[in-house]
Design a binder for this molecule. Structure first.
Ligand code: ADP
Length: 260
């Protein structure tokens, strides 16, 4: 039996197809999110990868910011539940999830069975989200996938004190004008994102194992900054951007079993 999860995010659209609730047969990320052709693109690519078609899919669950815009789903489930489900599937010992996506950041606490005990979310402000990194990468004339290479070479993180993305952008520009090294500025940007994510997580208790999901988990510079600030080991989920879609596909499997 095949089930599908689709995560229509602000920055990207992700599809996971699961066989019998255990085996990932397709996982695809289209780098465009809600309000675009992203969901359709991700679906088509996932069908191509798996050699399956819509008729083969027993149930589909949609999650993400744009989940209600995807009309072909059997059910919509929140990203919090889906990230919890996806992370618990990959790492049953995970007790804290730090999920940083395109326009929000979440800290989720799990019990030993993978149930959500508590969560904290910032979806009001771009600071501490992928958007902040996207803006900074542009100002620094690079792309998000190269940020970690720079911060690895930093001597120390430059101070980025503004909590607001717009002010922080001005701060980065004035650091550049003063001749500060790009590497140090980028390390400062990573430190700032890490502090914001941890401020959310510290509203509760940070319990190990800690797993990161969402697109920003692909940025090793942010992962390292979080590890440095907590002094704890941070595990990056496998294919972290597709964790919400994986969780949705797992929920779709549970839905499908109810019909049997
Ligand atoms: P959403 O679920 O809101 O659509 P994602 O989980 O896809 O968001 O995360 C998008 C963010 O992930 C981007 O804003 C960007 O900062 C970051 N990101 C995406 N791809 C990469 C990459 N290859 N390397 C580093 N960061 C990345």
């Amino acid at each position: 039996m095949y089930t599908m999860g689709i995560d229509v995010g602000s920055a990207s659209s992700k599809v996971v197809i699961l066989k019998d609730g255990k085996e990932v047969v397709a996982a695809y990320v289209a780098q465009v999110g809600t309000g675009t052709s992203g969901p359709e693109q991700a679906l088509n690519e996932a069908f191509k990868q798996s050699g399956l078609s819509q008729q083969d899919i027993s149930k589909t669950v949609a999650t993400g910011y744009g989940r209600f815009a995807f009309e072909d789903a059997d059910r919509q489930i929140s990203e919090i539940s889906c990230h919890a489900k996806g992370v618990h599937f990959q790492f049953p010992n995970a007790r804290t999830i730090i999920d940083i996506g395109g326009q929000d950041a979440k800290a989720i606490r799990l019990d030993k069975d993978g149930n959500v005990k508590q969560f904290f979310m910032n979806d009001k402000c771009a600071a501490g989200t992928g958007r902040f990194l996207d803006v900074m990468a542009r100002v620094l004339e690079t792309t998000v996938d190269h940020l970690a290479e720079y911060s690895e070479k930093a001597e120390f993180p430059a101070s980025i004190s503004s909590t607001c993305t717009v002010f922080a952008e001005s701060e980065v520009i004035s650091q550049l004008a003063k001749g500060e090294k790009k590497e140090n500025i980028i390390a400062g940007v990573h430190k700032s994102v890490a502090s914001k994510a941890l401020a959310l997580a510290y509203r509760g208790v940070i319990e190990e194992d800690i797993v990161m999901s969402g697109g920003v988990a692909l940025n090793a510079g942010v992962v390292k900054a979080i590890a440095d600030q907590t002094g704890m080991k941070i595990t990056v989920a496998e294919n972290p951007q597709t964790i919400g879609a994986l969780g949705a596909a797992l929920f779709a499997y549970e839905e499908a079993l109810k019909d049997h």
